[in-house]
Design a protein around this ligand. Structure first.
Ligand SMILES: C[S@@+](CC[C@H](N)C(=O)[O-])C[C@H]1O[C@@H](n2cnc3c(N)ncnc32)[C@H](O)[C@@H]1O
Length: 235
């Protein structure tokens, strides 16, 4: 498996007000690899708008959807536009035209993990980061990505940064579970890239490699494609 171990949150990334922002370099690399100039890039969990900043700098068209009013403001201020729409991913087809998106680059909330590790209160009824039951979390992702698939051009890629999760002493094969969910919707699996964040942890917390090994789980860049022909997707 291809592994990216050289992508760290840098000084500029760290200035951005969002608890789980992407390093801009991560999204730049994804967008360069899976789209071309002029393509439309969508981030439906836009947060602080990092992927859209990368899309802009690479001469792609871009649009974002974000539930939190505060992050919509942060993202639009960074971009100097109003291309991040305040709304819910479950209603994405209200805001974005059907079959117009070339590439989705995104990362949904990692279940309700953030509420357990920092003082974070997800706002809004539709917030995926406040769902407590694991199967309900996966069902909601299924609903969200089925809605998003409608917006994608056939042959377009959907790139989701995700991780395996643990809660109450139990480990979940979340990447595997999510990939199965995506294939049930009708997406085709293309590839998986490992994103090793141990170096970032060591730098941020002045930690040793051994400490980083114990604390940091890899994240994964899961790449899917909307097939050219509709197969018998479950609804
Ligand atoms: C993992 S964060 C994305 C961070 C982003 N990649 C960045 O660099 O800032 C997930 C985002 O999804 C948003 N969110 C949660 N539920 C949502 C929903 N139903 N519709 C749209 N956005 C939602 C959260 O407010 C949060 O900002």
């Amino acid at each position: 498996m291809e592994i990216w171990d050289d992508i760290l949150l840098d000084k500029d990334d760290n200035k951005i007000e969002h608890p789980c922002k992407f390093p801009i370099e991560l999204t730049r690399r994804i967008i360069e690899r899976f789209s071309k100039k002029g393509d439309l890039v969508l981030d439906p969990f836009a947060g602080s708008g990092t992927s859209l900043m990368a899309a802009k700098s690479l001469s792609r068209k871009y649009l974002g959807i974000e539930l939190s009013e505060n992050y919509v403001k942060v993202a639009n201020a960074r971009l100097g536009t109003n291309k991040v729409i305040r709304g819910s991913v479950f209603e994405a087809s209200k805001y974005v035209n059907i079959e117009t998106v070339d590439l989705i680059v995104t990362s949904p909330p990692y279940w309700d993990i953030l509420t357990k590790i920092i003082n974070y209160e997800p706002q809004g009824d539709d917030h995926i980061g406040k769902i407590q039951e694991y199967h309900e979390f996966l069902d909601n992702l299924k609903r969200a990505f089925a809605e998003l698939m409608k917006l994608m051009k056939k042959g377009g890629k959907c790139v989701v940064v995700f991780t395996n999760m643990r809660a109450k002493g139990k480990k979940y094969s979340s990447c595997n579970d999510f990939s199965k969910t995506m294939t049930r919707i009708g997406f085709k699996e293309v590839t998986t890239i490992g994103w090793d964040r141990r170096r970032e942890y060591m730098q941020q917390f002045k930690a040793t490699l051994q400490e980083a090994r114990e604390q940091v789980w890899p994240e994964f860049v899961l790449v899917f494609e909307k097939p050219n022909k509709n197969k018998n997707a479950e609804q």
